[in-house]
Design a protein around this ligand. Structure first.
Ligand SMILES: Cc1cc2nc3c(=O)[nH]c(=O)nc-3n(C[C@H](O)[C@H](O)[C@H](O)COP(=O)(O)OP(=O)(O)OC[C@H]3O[C@@H](n4cnc5c(N)ncnc54)[C@H](O)[C@@H]3O)c2cc1C
Length: 401
């Protein structure tokens, strides 16, 4: 068994972990990321949307959104359609930042790769193939144990190991488990540019309450369409439950006669399905030297479009807290005090949104009839989601590269 000493140990090299490493560098720390997976494993998931509040957090970390999000494209608006395809509402996904940057959609793998590259340019080491098994606090530090027997000690451990976090259960063995939201997630990218009839307007994420399942799609600058679908489901799907062929046939049946079916036919490889889950409330976010961030602390329903943005905001706030408080326990307390109320409000909002995705025929008819009216009323006094999109975490001082 080998033991290594570090200053700050970051568990997980996803969005929260890489962003936390950038923030820790800005706070004068020397983080090392321990990631369970191997480089290039990040293909899970299709694409995600970084809302303007998350884009602002990237900038606050000293990362240039034009570089990190270079492989994405602008999606500043959302069009909601009913089962018949009728437009129910079109709403902004937050206004532009002062530099003109807007909400951006990017492949998950591209975002992970760009953040890891950014961390690399700031001198952050990423150690792959290291799944954390447990962590514990000692008198003046923390010890992390990894599969295979390696042990690492440090002054601080940031648990950014996602939805099924081992850090979370190490902190609190009775921590709640993720909650299945009753929806599966699947998606893909059309093999090439699609015919103009299928191409939605650029910059507008389309979402449709289809007759049998929810469908979302957007036009990439190269004329391909990126899409996702959320079939409803009583219990979580088991690994390997669907063969790729059976899953495709099921989707084609669900979206028969809707734009989704044509887009699925234009896609060689359909990705997923994955179970969608959230984490309503995690009572323990921190010990004296261990802290949770990102999905490990507060997974948001995917339909909120805020999970990645929350992870980025967390990282910035953690960086500020560590700069302001030399004492680590005090810094972690300040981080939790600054973040808990906001993220729990976003989690609750995401769960409500997930619940409206698939309704019975009567509920769907009422929703389609009422939504245009309700949306007009809600927007009369400004954007009702401004509290999400207009949140701005303050900029961290930059770190010499
Ligand atoms: C289908 C789907 C669609 C989504 N769409 C959106 C969207 O449009 N917009 C949005 O903002 N968010 C979206 N989200 C949510 C978003 O992906 C997450 O909130 C975000 O990835 C959280 O980042 P994270 O770093 O906390 O977790 P992750 O990105 O999951 O990263 C966790 C990392 O920890 C590693 N890890 C896990 N266990 C261990 C261990 N024991 N030891 C070491 N490393 C470990 C993992 O390999 C992974 O690299 C979506 C999520 C899903 C599932």
């Amino acid at each position: 068994m080998t033991t290594t000493e570090q200053d700050a140990i970051v568990i997980g090299g996803g969005i929260a972990g890489t962003a936390a490493a950038l923030a820790l560098r800005a706070a004068g720390r020397t983080p090392v990321i321990y990631e369970a997976g191997r480089p290039g494993d990040a293909e899970r998931g299709v694409f995600l949307t970084i809302a303007v509040n998350g884009v602002n957090a990237l900038r606050a970390l000293g990362a240039d959104p034009a570089v990190v999000l270079a492989r994405g494209f602008a999606t500043p608006r959302l069009a909601l359609r009913g089962a018949s395809g009728r437009l129910l509402a079109e709403t902004p996904l937050g206004g532009p930042l002062p530099d003109g940057t807007v909400t951006t959609t990017i492949r998950r793998a591209d975002l992970y790769a760009a953040l890891r590259s950014e961390a690399g340019t700031r001198g952050v080491e990423i150690v792959y193939g290291h799944p954390l098994t447990t962590a514990r606090t000692a008198a003046h530090g923390v010890t992390a144990e990894f599969a295979g027997g390696r042990t690492v000690t440090g002054n601080l451990l940031v648990g950014a190991d996602g939805l099924h976090s081992r850090t979370r259960t190490a902190l609190d063995p009775s921590a709640p488990a993720p909650h299945f939201l009753g929806l599966l997630d699947t998606g893909g990218f059309t093999d090439g540019p699609v015919c103009p009839a299928l191409l939605p307007p650029s910059g507008v994420m389309q979402m449709s309450f289809g007759r049998r399942a929810f469908f979302g799609w957007a036009a990439a600058p190269d004329g391909r369409v990126w899409w996702f679908a959320n079939p409803s489901r009583r219990r979580p799907a088991e690994p390997g439950e669907f063969t790729p062929g059976a899953w495709r046939s099921h989707l084609l049946e669900l979206f028969d006669g809707e734009p989704g079916a044509d887009l699925i036919r234009a896609t060689g490889e359909v990705l997923g399905p994955w179970n969608t889950r959230d984490l309503p409330r995690v009572p323990v976010w921190r010990g004296d030297r261990i802290v949770l961030i990102g999905d490990a602390a507060h997974a948001v329903a995917p339909s909120s479009g805020q999970g990645a943005s929350m992870a980025l905001e967390d990282a910035v706030v953690l960086g500020h807290s560590l700069r302001e408080h030399r004492d680590v326990p005090a810094a972690l307390a300040a981080y939790e005090a600054a973040r808990r109320a906001r993220v729990e409000k976003v989690v609750a909002h995401g769960r409500r949104t997930s619940g409206t995705k698939v309704l019975g025929p009567v509920g769907a008819a009422m929703r389609d009839a009422m939504m245009p009216l309700v949306m007009r009323m809600l927007h009369r006094r400004g954007d009702p989601q401004a509290w999400i999109f207009e949140h701005r975490v303050p900029v961290l001082p930059s770190v010499p590269r």
